[in-house]
Design a binder for this molecule. Structure first.
Ligand SMILES: Nc1ncnc2c1ncn2[C@@H]1O[C@H](COP(=O)(O)OP(=O)(O)O)[C@@H](O)[C@H]1O
Ligand code: SF4
Ligand SMILES: [Mg+2]
Length: 424
């Protein structure tokens, strides 16, 4: 998206759970960007990794889960981003030129953090190495090694310290203290069930006041009360002074969700992550909350990541949509484009299962089968067992992500042919 500034850029993010029974790969190398002042929808069936994406961004993945690869660049200045991308290309070329012995050394050094696999590098064949570190997708560890190796020949302004600083906008390199300050202040989250996120023993004013004091350093009671009243008005609570004195159990579901949104917006975050924010509410209240979120994003200039299993919700609110399946983003496009031209069979299936206004259908189609077990490593496309268009290659090779029209990305073998789309 030329001309638009990326706010959050996720590259090759992998999050895994290390259980006795095996390793669950909840996120398997996801890439996406949220630009300034836009709303991005993340959709997919339950269990496909939507919430883990949010928890990974906030570095709140519950144990025994761990982020094992990738980067989460947040609020990276444009010049730093450009230099980083340039360095990544240089590192890629340098890696491609390296000898097999050198590559093995690098894979042994950096494989673990970037792939979650521990392997004796000496025994690897070139093909196995290319699978671990795809030559067109050199992981950050290798880029950092390249920077360290070449520090001497770099201009003084770009020595290791500076070069390392290029990666410091990666949330994964932040300390726990820094993350605590980012959460709530720069990135805040609204959860599915407001009842669990609000503390039942404190009033609305107390809970909002605590967050505002912590992040904005306001302790004067009168100033704080004014501020609390303002945020409650912002989320269209009609009698803010009364609501301030109430406890969560005295509020309706819709009101609680408004208070949650007020909590999340009280420090004017750059990014709001809303995880199924309306699922627990009834349909009319859902519509009100969605309208509220859409209007708030416009007036505050924040960006939003809206997570939902409901395509109707993202259609209403989001500028762009990422469709997730089994821990990967399988299709990404602007909302209108995605609804008009779904290219991944899974997206097409989700849309067919979605009722359209003015269309009478006795039975909505459903996608046959269920989401696969994420403990099993996939050799090919994870959707293969449910896909009506699957061919032999689908079970063998993981489809690459290709841009089939500007801003429209899809990972499916139907679209990875050399001469363009294989099948219409
Ligand atoms: N505590 C956990 N232990 C093991 N696996 C987990 C845990 N939490 C989540 N997962 C795995 O991560 C996958 C994605 O979960 P989640 O992001 O919550 O899905 P969604 O929000 O899309 O419904 C799940 O299918 C599951 O396999
Ligand atoms: S890669 Fe093959 S199995 Fe996967 S969605 Fe495309 S056609 Fe279906
Ligand atoms: Mg979820």
């Amino acid at each position: 998206m030329p001309g638009r500034k990326p706010l959050l850029e996720i590259v090759g993010l992998r999050t895994q759970f290390f259980l006795h029974e095996g390793v669950v790969t909840a996120l398997d190398g996801i890439d996406f960007t949220v630009y300034e002042k836009e709303s991005v929808g993340i959709v997919g069936e339950t269990g496909c990794g939507k919430s883990m994406t949010a928890f990974s961004i906030l570095r709140l993945v519950p144990g025994p889960g761990k982020i094992t690869a990738g980067n989460i660049f947040f609020m990276e200045p444009q010049d730093v981003r450009q230099r980083r991308m340039q360095l990544e290309i240089e590192a890629q070329e340098w890696y491609r030129r390296s000898s097999l012995v050198e590559k093995k050394k690098l894979v042994a050094l950096y494989d673990y953090r970037d792939t979650g696999r521990k392997k004796k590098a000496k025994k690897l064949t070139p093909a196995q190495i290319d699978k671990i570190v795809p030559p067109d997708r050199v992981p950050t560890g290798v880029t950092r090694y390249y920077l360290a190796q070449n520090a001497k020949t770099m201009p003084a302004s770009d020595k290791v310290g500076r070069a390392a600083a290029l990666f410091s906008f990666d949330l994964l390199t932040r300390t726990d203290d820094q993350m605590r300050s980012i959460r709530g202040k720069s990135i805040s989250m609204i959860f599915q069930d407001p009842a669990t996120a609000l503390d039942p023993v404190f009033t609305v004013a107390y809970q909002l006041g605590e967050v505002i004091s912590l992040h904005q350093g306001i302790y004067d009671r009168a100033v704080l009360d004014k501020k609390i009243e303002e945020v409650l008005k912002l989320v269209r609570i009609a009698a803010p002074v009364n609501v301030m004195k109430q406890y969560p159990h005295e509020l309706s579901g819709g009101m609680k969700q408004r208070v949650m949104i007020a909590l999340a917006l009280s420090c004017s975050p750059s990014l709001l992550i809303a995880d199924e924010p309306t699922t627990a509410l009834d349909v009319t209240i859902q519509a009100q909350i969605l309208n509220l979120l859409r209007d708030l994003m416009r007036t505050t200039g924040s960006s939003m990541m809206l997570i939902t299993h409901n395509l109707g919700v993202v259609a209403e609110v989001c500028d762009r949509i990422c469709v997730m399946y089994a821990g990967r983003i399988v299709e990404e496009a602007e909302t209108f484009e995605l609804f008009a031209n779904p290219r991944h069979p899974y997206t097409a299936g989700l849309l067919a299962a979605f009722p359209k206004l003015g269309e009478r259908k006795d039975e909505l189609s459903v996608i046959r089968g269920t989401v696969p077990n994420l403990m099993r490593p996939f050799q090919g496309c994870a959707f293969v067992e449910r896909c009506e268009k699957a061919t032999e290659v689908c079970g063998e090779d993981m489809p690459r992500r290709v841009e089939i029209s500007p801003g429209h990305f899809v990972s499916c073998h139907l679209w990875t042919g050399k001469e363009g789309p294989n099948v219409r």
